[in-house]
Design a protein around this ligand. Structure first.
Ligand SMILES: NC(=O)c1ccc[n+]([C@@H]2O[C@H](COP(=O)([O-])OP(=O)(O)OC[C@H]3O[C@@H](n4cnc5c(N)ncnc54)[C@H](OP(=O)(O)O)[C@@H]3O)[C@@H](O)[C@H]2O)c1
Length: 198
């Protein structure tokens, strides 16, 4: 049992919180109420960022003390939205939100994962017609192992999880958001995930 703080109570945060609670973890969800994120993060071993990527850096840097020596799982995507409200471009081209977070929070172990799929897949990967991939990016091997174990609690088979390497590899998975507006326009909100097959 791990104590987990989920920052953001939307589609992603709510879905993850429910599934992690069902898996036996002690989960606190923080909405945007002032102080809620700090309170939740202070007592948690693992903090999940499920808030909009825009503003995530400022929000999380403000939690520097609460995040010290903890694992920060970043599932967010930092995008500029187009006129239709769908993601149109990256906020950190040539870098990534995860890299910016790791640089700003050197005493926190940032792990990027689950940002390459629509939210229902995060907690039900076996429901797709083909095997999805969950990518891990992060500089700390132990933190990635811990997050990988959380993914197995969410239904991810070990062989569906790919450790891409250091935090810089998150720029590849964050760029995958550029598929999303085109997939939604062509297929609606039918759940999908980026998958590597061989
Ligand atoms: N939806 C997906 O399928 C999907 C897939 C992969 C990754 N992601 C990423 O996951 C993150 C969350 O997406 P989502 O679809 O769950 O979004 P969402 O449904 O809009 O939920 C966002 C949550 O963050 C909260 N929030 C917004 N601004 C905040 C602030 N300034 N301070 C604290 N909390 C704030 C919102 O609170 P309010 O309700 O009060 O606004 C809401 O609880 C995003 O970064 C997104 O790019 C989403």
């Amino acid at each position: 049992m791990t104590t987990i703080a989920v920052l953001g109570n939307g589609r992603v945060g709510g879905n993850l919180a429910t599934a992690l609670t069902q898996a036996g973890h002690e989960v606190t969800v923080a909405d945007r109420t002032p102080g809620a994120a700090a309170d939740a993060a202070r007592t948690a071993q693992i903090i999940i960022n499920a808030t909009p990527g825009t503003g995530s850096l400022d929000r999380l840097v403000a939690l520097r003390e609460e995040l010290r020596d903890k694992i920060l799982v970043d599932v967010s995507n930092a995008t500029v939205d187009g006129p239709d409200g769908l993601p149109a471009d990256l906020i950190y081209p040539g870098s990534s939100l995860a890299e910016q977070l790791q640089e700003a929070l050197p005493e926190t172990h940032v792990v990027k994962t689950l940002n390459t799929m629509l939210f229902p897949v995060m907690t039900a990967p076996a429901t797709l017609t083909q095997t999805p991939t969950a990518f891990l990016s992060g500089d700390d091997p132990q933190a990635k192992q811990t997050v990988g174990e959380l993914l197995t609690d969410l239904g991810w088979h070990k062989e569906w999880i790919t450790d891409l390497g250091g935090i810089q590899t998150a720029r590849a998975t964050e760029a995958a958001i550029l598929f999303v507006p085109h997939m939604i326009r062509s297929s609606g909100f039918t759940p999908f995930a980026i998958s590597i097959t061989r």
